[in-house]
Design a protein around this ligand. Structure first.
Ligand SMILES: CC(C)(COP(=O)(O)OP(=O)(O)OC[C@H]1O[C@@H](n2cnc3c(N)ncnc32)[C@H](O)[C@@H]1OP(=O)(O)O)[C@@H](O)C(=O)NCCC(=O)NCCS
Length: 411
């Protein structure tokens, strides 16, 4: 059975997570995604190419772990667009592609001679999807952005802090995932429209605004109630005060840096927890009602810590769940990835073979199609790994022509 997106070809200039994270999904669902990289700087416009984390002690342009993850399942060619022959080859490639995708800064594609008008002249119904920090057409269109800028401007940095400290942000550009997802949706929507009408189009995307979609409740709370997300007296960002529940937190467990999450939603949960704990403090009158438990939450948490701290997180979570109390071990990455049975049942981190890295695990897709399941067939391409396949097989060049392209620095 062909996969859901079999037959679509994407001419892909994307990089980093915000761009490459979009087209990786298209590849998983069967589209032929051809990643185009600059041979002169070895594709390092994408700062993740060749960068850590690494699978083992080897280092090199084809061994970057994040790059492999974000480009899994794609093909890869090199093409020097400073050369006339390079531009001709890209023209040939666009002619046989459905989509051109990129997340360069504004003006780059125009300077290369492949802005939307030129692309449309090459292929009238082309779908062109560009992503950048603020979109390419608005007043901020010329600004270059990296993840931390997008995080700050979209308001996300402000939302994360520990008690008595300044907002610190998330420590990682998680909203780049959001940008990637929106870009993926945009590509699919524009393709659907083209299929229905024969009309291509340019989708201009703003990654900052994709990030801002994550701040909806905070913006609403401020607008309607005048309450800023961070204000004096709030607990740290790991603790939620709504809906009111107590105990409701992450508690230490046996061993070094082990934790268990416990949430008592209502009175039956609390009584079930108290019965499992079975220590005198559970009968303390201060904890007899929800209002009392919330008022004396610090004392309650301290007492519960005393019980959890000498207990195995997995066994305790299982025991509490059996008693009807929501509880879960806080899992380390290895525990979550290698031992959680739901993870393997869902294929969340499949193993793929990358030509140089060998077998390596990558993010899967947390959705399963009953008839046209996704599959990640191979790791990210080595630099220029599919030059023969694309220039020879797809564009029909013979071995001598490909050899001279290489000699002339075109690929
Ligand atoms: C990420 C970013 C800041 C990097 O800035 P940069 O390294 O200066 O890169 P730019 O996108 O401005 O330009 C890319 C250059 O590579 C060149 N290039 C890329 N592929 C090429 C190829 N195959 N052949 C020849 N040149 C190529 C382009 O022509 C351009 O050069 P020019 O500026 O001389 O025209 C910028 O691309 C950007 O703002 N992107 C949008 C937001 C984004 O996605 N950020 C990353 C997510 S965290």
């Amino acid at each position: 059975m062909p996969k859901a997106l079999a037959g679509y070809r994407i001419c892909d200039f994307t990089g980093q997570l915000a761009g490459a994270g979009a087209t990786r999904h298209l590849a998983a669902f069967g589209a032929e995604v051809i990643r185009i990289e600059d041979p002169v700087n070895q594709g390092r416009w994408d700062i993740l190419r060749g960068q850590p984390p690494y699978k083992d002690e080897r280092r090199g342009i084809n061994l970057g772990g994040s790059f492999n993850n974000h480009n899994v399942g794609k093909r890869g060619i090199t093409l020097n667009l400073r050369t006339e022959r390079g531009k001709e080859l890209l023209t040939d490639l666009v002619r046989v592609s459905d989509v051109v995708s990129e997340n360069f800064s504004a003006g780059v594609m125009d300077r290369l001679g492949f802005g939307y008008d030129q692309l449309r002249a090459i292929k009238q119904d082309v779908v062109y999807v560009s992503s950048s920090g603020f979109g390419k057409q608005g007043p901020y269109g010329t600004y270059k952005t990296w993840g931390p800028i997008v995080q700050a401007v979209s308001g996300l940095t402000w939302t994360s802090k520990l008690r008595d400290l300044e907002p610190a942000g998330w420590g990682y550009s998680y909203m780049d995932h959001t940008g990637g997802y929106y870009m993926c949706i945009a590509i699919l929507a524009a393709l659907h429209h083209r299929n229905m009408t024969g009309e291509g189009q340019w989708v201009d995307m703003s990654c900052t605004d994709a990030g801002a979609t994550l701040t909806g409740p905070a913006v609403l709370d401020y607008t309607v109630n005048g309450r800023p997300t961070r204000r004096d007296g709030l607990p740290d960002s790991n603790h939620n005060r709504w809906p009111p529940m107590a105990p409701h937190a992450v508690y230490p467990a046996e061993g070094e840096d082990n934790w268990i999450a416990i949430a008592c939603r209502d009175e039956p949960d609390w009584h079930a927890l108290a019965a499992e704990v079975g220590e005198p403090w559970t009968g303390d009158q201060r904890f007899a009602t929800l209002d009392g438990r919330i008022e004396h939450e610090a004392a309650l948490d301290e007492a519960l810590c005393g019980w959890t701290t000498s207990r195995d997180k997995f066994a305790t979570a299982e025991r509490l769940r059996a008693a009807g109390v929501p509880a879960s071990a806080v899992q380390r990455p290895g525990e979550r990835i290698d031992h959680d049975e739901n993870t393997s049942a869902w294929g969340l981190w499949p193993t793929v073979r990358q030509t140089d890295m060998g077998d390596v695990r990558v993010d899967g897709v947390p959705a399963h199609l009953s008839e046209t399941e996704w599959e990640l067939e191979h790791g990210a391409p080595n630099l220029g790994e599919h030059n023969e396949e694309v220039y020879g097989g797809l564009l029909g060049l013979d071995a001598d022509e490909i050899a001279s392209l290489r000699e002339e620095g075109v690929i």
